[in-house]
Design a protein around this ligand. Structure first.
Ligand code: SF4
Length: 189
């Protein structure tokens, strides 16, 4: 229940004086009106346009960085698809970058092991290349019945919506060249 206000009521003169002060404040010049208002955190930051990595809608974003740190992300008003809008997930994107739980190195769990071990990116790339070669060599199929197929069905490729058109083009070219037929995209699953 709202509390009853028993305080003293203003006189007519006090009321009109208050209205006059409020009117004067609202007619301040822009510089004066801004005095005391905190500065924008994005002032002086570098603006970089990018695409939201979370889903296939591909909304446009503006990433603000200062001193190498991502400080803010907002919708890109010039993007032809999303026109400045983002859903709550896309609007919270900076929390993915600025997150103490974010993985910043390769973690490898060997077959049969119960624990992850840190590895270098170079080690991971070499290992992936070796495993792709071994698997492809062991499973490559030249024909199926009377048809030539030149494929392996033992490897699959899963793309993500953070990939742009050019990256998708190169990725699919590489997969087709290897004879990989199972090519999917995270946004369709
Ligand atoms: S902002 Fe939301 S709708 Fe747009 S791409 Fe990101 S996750 Fe998808």
């Amino acid at each position: 229940m709202r509390e009853k206000n028993d305080g003293p009521k203003p006189t007519r003169r006090q009321f009109l004086t208050g209205v006059g002060a409020a009117t004067a404040a609202s007619t301040l010049r822009p510089g004066e009106a801004r005095a005391g208002v905190p500065d924008l955190k994005t002032r002086g930051a570098t603006e970089t346009t990018t695409v939201c990595p979370f889903c296939g809608v591909g909304c446009g974003q503006v990433a603000y960085t200062k001193n190498g740190e991502l400080i803010h992300v907002e919708g890109d008003p010039l993007h032809p698809i999303s026109e400045g809008t983002l859903c709550s997930k896309g609007a919270a994107l900076s929390q993915v970058s600025n997150n103490e739980r974010r993985l910043k190195q390769v973690l490898y769990r060997a077959p049969g092991s119960s624990k992850f071990e840190p590895r270098s990116w170079e080690w991971a790339f070499e290992r992936i290349a070796e495993r792709v070669k071994e698997t492809r060599d062991a499973t490559f199929q030249r024909t199926s019945g009377k048809r030539k197929v030149n494929r392996t069905q033992a490897i699959a490729c899963l793309g993500g919506s953070a990939l742009d058109n050019e990256e998708c083009y190169l990725l699919v070219k590489l997969m087709r060249a290897l004879g990989i037929t199972y090519i999917e995209h995270q946004a369709r699953i």
